[in-house]
Design a protein around this ligand. Structure first.
Ligand code: ADP
Ligand code: ADP
Length: 234
């Protein structure tokens, strides 16, 4: 059974006369897939991500994640969206640890002891080049640094499903390619399903096993290709 199944979904913003962002959207994502979603601005890529994470509920059709129809925000999902949204009154480390509180609030048991998560958060920050920045506040970080911290936050609770919407947008080319390797290693080493929205075809082919193409007016999936070569996974 697919981990994510989007079936004939319509999503309209702003009431019955509003923008039909996606229509007749169909997409199925198997467990352990690494899917890249590409397409022009406005074709509904962000809308798709928000439907899967339960931030939007469609007017028509169904979104099913891990066998359950999505009717509210889904807690097994890690997400990093384009615009970093860190809580300004919390340190970077406490922002990274935030999903754990949400998981607990949904009464799911955490797999590890709190201290282990703190160590893990510090290790993640180091992986993305933010060693020593855990005690800083978001306003003390640049946009690119916040984006990297956001990625750590998406990974801290080892989610089964990772939704990444242009997570590398504000980064310089060098940092971006380093983070590509972080994500690729993660997918190679762990049982995780990843959906990545990107404008960058090179990025999609480098990272994903499958590329889904969307088109606009209304947003829908128009093509789907496996990435036709094996990459070294070490
Ligand atoms: P993409 O991520 O591919 O650029 P979006 O999913 O952001 O596309 O947007 C799809 C369409 O829905 C666009 O026409 C956009 O203007 C519209 N849209 C997205 N979010 C909203 C919103 N909150 N209110 C009204 N229209 C929206
Ligand atoms: P993206 O490049 O991912 O499509 P946008 O800059 O288009 O991002 O949108 C940023 C945010 O504004 C998103 O959360 C999107 O849902 C919302 N948005 C996009 N278009 C509209 C719109 N026409 N009206 C209101 N909100 C919108």
């Amino acid at each position: 059974m697919a981990l994510v199944s989007i079936e004939n979904v319509d999503m309209r913003y702003g009431g019955p006369e509003g923008t039909l962002a996606v229509s007749g959207l169909d997409l199925s994502i198997a467990r352990r897939d690494f899917t890249a979603v590409v397409g022009p601005s406005g074709c509904g890529k962000s809308t798709l991500m928000k439907l899967v994470t339960g931030l939007h509920i469609p007017q028509k059709g169904a979104v099913v994640v891990a066998g359950h129809e999505v009717t509210k925000p889904v807690s097994i999902v890690g997400m990093a969206f384009q615009n970093p949204t860190m809580l300004p009154w919390r340190t970077t480390l406490d922002n990274v640890l935030l999903p754990l509180e949400i998981v607990e609030k949904h009464r799911h048991r955490l797999r590890k002891h709190k201290d282990e998560y703190v160590a893990q958060a510090e290790a993640l920050l180091e992986t993305v080049g933010l060693k020593g920045f855990g005690s800083k506040y978001p306003w003390q970080l640049s946009g690119g640094m916040q984006q990297r911290a956001n990625l750590c936050r998406a990974l801290i609770h080892e989610p089964e499903l990772l939704m990444l919407d242009e997570p590398f947008g504000a980064l310089d080319a060098f940092t971006r390619e380093e983070l590509w390797c972080v994500i690729r290693d993660l997918h190679a080493s762990r049982d995780v399903t990843i959906v990545l929205v990107t404008h960058d075809l090179r990025e999609s082919v480098f990272l994903a096993d499958r590329v889904v193409v969307m088109s606009a007016r209304p947003g829908r999936v128009v093509a789907e290709h496996p990435v036709p070569f094996e990459r070294p996974r070490d």
